[in-house]
Design a protein around this ligand. Sequence first.
Ligand code: KG4
Ligand code: ZN
Length: 342
Amino acid sequence: MPILPSARILAIETSCDETACAILENGRALLASTVASQMDIHARYGGVFPEVASRQHVLAIVPVVEDTLAKAHLTLNDVDAIAVTRGPGLAGSLVVGVNAAKGLALGRGVPLIAANHLEGHIYSAWVHNAGESVPDEPQFPLMVLLVSGGHTELNLMTNHLEYKRLGSTLDDAAGEAFDKVARILGLSYPGGPSIQKAAEDGDPTRFNFPRAWLEGTWNFSFSGIKTAVLREAKNYQAQGRSLPVSDMAASFQAAIVDVLFNKTMNAAHEFGVKEMIVAGGVSANRALRQAFQNQKEFNVHIPPLSLCTDNAAMIAAAGYYRFALGHTSGLDFDIQPTWPLS
Ligand code: KG4
Ligand code: ZN
């Protein structure tokens, strides 16, 4: 790793249904962050409606960038580079952010950095609010559990921007399972927070939902548990009984946390790491955070709640390390709706 340059990066993230902008100094210190959520609009459809999402980004992108600069008491002249999410994500959403970022980089004559959204989730572990105490910097090698709405993977991270993917989901992502099960239980979108809330008063041992361990691999599978919840719900409906929503939510959440936590612990043992990162939208889940925080064997980095779900601070952090290693992008790149981490 060369000596890291000092740089103030403005980042834009529009991969799904949040229009986000942030300004970050030297890869870690967050000066300002704005996330304009479209959640209320998509809740009506029970999930993200892609065309509506891209048109909302068109409406929100300029005010979100202006608000972020105002919060940081800066102008575009104070920014050294622009980072933007190139993928993975929804095509119609990505193009809005990428075009805005190209315009800013062209207008200011500063470098543009194309960042990977999954890498962004991982680099949220490096971010802290400017002026607040600086948390320990993650040390390599690291075991990374990345759990979001679109992805669930275990990666061994050996250095900045270097990953070995050990396994990933064979079907649904963990966040997707939360969203689908919430719908079965009649809970609102997004499913993760609604299930977490319903589970607070529930008995996590009432239903023994299946855990797909997929022994001998580092892969995951969550479609079986979703089907098991559906089957149970149909049994209740057939008997004219109301669903024990809290107990079902708590039992489902316990099963998901059990698999995510234990597979990550096993991988960390097997690969001899001392540190872990847990990141992505599902890392906001209280039960999952507690499981990792209660263990004492590994030093675990879990971003604060505001950085777990989609935001631009994480894109600025990932962008900074690409910038530091000389990976700027030019202005002629296309979006990449499917862009694996490794
Ligand atoms: O990372 P993210 O904001 O977007 C993607 O990149 O996919 O993750 C969104 C996912 C959704 O599936 C949402 O239900 C889930 O993260 N999520 C949660 C919680 N908060 C968000 N899942 C479980 N518990 C939560 N508290
Ligand atoms: Zn995400």
